[in-house]
Design a protein around this ligand. Structure first.
Ligand SMILES: N[C@@H](CCC(=O)N[C@@H](CS)C(=O)NCC(=O)O)C(=O)O
Length: 351
């Protein structure tokens, strides 16, 4: 059975700019999925019943494999759902080696990594956004950032206002970079339609555009269409393209947490077990072997929520652990970049 026959469940909430990356991808490639909608703050019992400790959104289950972090999720969807007439390609690899480099490392790190463009965009959110004035939301995100509950929130309006001038400069600089390089040079005045000069958007567009789509809904300051016409045209083109795809595919099915968990536990694995690469420097340093009990967690945010389970596979790209949920086990896949793995004591005897 191939991944094509397995259920795909996206755990997310509508306001998550990270989840939009995956929703766009699935729609542009016409890959059907089911969504399991989550609250914007903890607790998330639907995720907990899978045995998954990770607290961030989104997560994607393909069969009995659960993928964390959109960077890995997008790469896995690429690998497990090869392009066909029914599933149009978004692959940057189809474009050229430059495109591959841009997607698999550079733009992804630029927009996502700690302190990068995403964080600067957060500093620009309007002061009156309801969540950002809700003490429960601020306490939840303080926990996510590893701060004590009574510490001043870096998301509170006053803290974001203090960072705003610098964030405006950072974001404008990023806009300038795209405007004057990847979006320029299409021949006409308007520059290129997509970052790699392709006829359709690619993964490279998704990696870069999501922060700007989020920002496009905000007051424009010095970053409006007059200053960055190509960038704004690209964002509008992207939104129009994904909205058309979403309309064509129709709304996804929605499952409640119990139904979603039943589907996951009842499904086959999407991938073989893989192996623990014993030449990997972290594997060597930690003395890791397949089957060892380990903890795995994100290094930037949400690091207080650690997966605990048996090491199934570890490569340069990925760490996979088997964790015990309510009705069976699932394999949790985390990208190696941005995540930590450490040997741990087996606290369970039933895996
Ligand atoms: N690097 C992660 C970042 C995910 C992330 O930070 N997501 C936000 C929502 S957009 C989040 O989880 N916020 C806290 C929460 O919802 O619990 C990814 O690419 O998936």
């Amino acid at each position: 059975m191939g991944a094509e026959d397995l259920p795909i469940i996206l755990y997310h909430y509508g306001h998550s700019p990270y989840a939009r990356r995956v929703v766009w991808y699935l729609n542009l490639r016409k890959i059907p999925y089911t969504q399991c909608l989550q609250p914007m703050i903890l607790p998330r019992p639907d995720v907990a019943q899978l045995g998954v400790a990770y607290r961030r959104i989104p997560l994607l289950a393909i069969g009995r494999d659960v993928y964390l972090d959109t960077r890995l999720i997008l790469q896995k969807l690429e690998a497990l759902y090869p392009a066909s007439a029914a599933r149009p390609s978004l692959s940057a690899a189809a474009a050229n080696a430059e495109g591959r480099a841009l997607h698999s490392g550079l733009l992804s790190a630029w927009t996502n990594d700690a302190g990068g463009l995403f964080w600067n965009a957060v500093s620009l959110l309007p002061a009156d956004l309801p969540g950002l004035n809700d003490p429960k939301f601020l306490a939840d995100r303080a926990e996510m950032m590893g701060l004590p509950r009574d510490a001043p929130s870096p998301l509170a309006p006053s803290a974001r206002a203090a960072r705003r001038p610098e964030a405006l400069c950072e974001v404008a600089e990023a806009m300038y970079l795209l405007e004057s390089t990847l979006l320029a040079g299409g021949g006409g005045d308007g520059g290129k339609d997509w970052l790699l000069g392709t006829a359709r958007p690619t993964l490279v567009d998704i990696e870069a555009v999501f922060v700007f789509v989020w920002l496009a809904a905000l007051p424009q300051d010095t970053m409006g269409p007059a200053a960055f016409p190509r960038l704004h045209a690209w964002v509008a083109r992207f939104v129009e393209t994904v909205e058309a795809a979403e309309k064509e595919n129709g709304a996804p099915k929605t499952a409640g947490g119990d139904e979603a968990a039943k589907t996951v536990f009842g499904a086959a694995f999407a991938e073989g077990e893989g192996r623990v690469d014993d030449s990997n420097p972290i594997v060597v340093a930690e003395g890791l072997k397949k089957g060892d009990w380990v903890k795995v967690w994100p290094a930037d945010t949400g690091s207080g929520h650690k997966e605990s389970g048996k090491l199934v596979s570890m490569t340069l790209k990925e760490i996979v652990v088997e964790v015990q949920g309510n009705e069976g086990s699932v394999r949790v896949h985390a990208p190696r970049h941005g995540f930590k793995v450490k040997k741990d004591v087996d606290t369970s005897s039933n895996l």
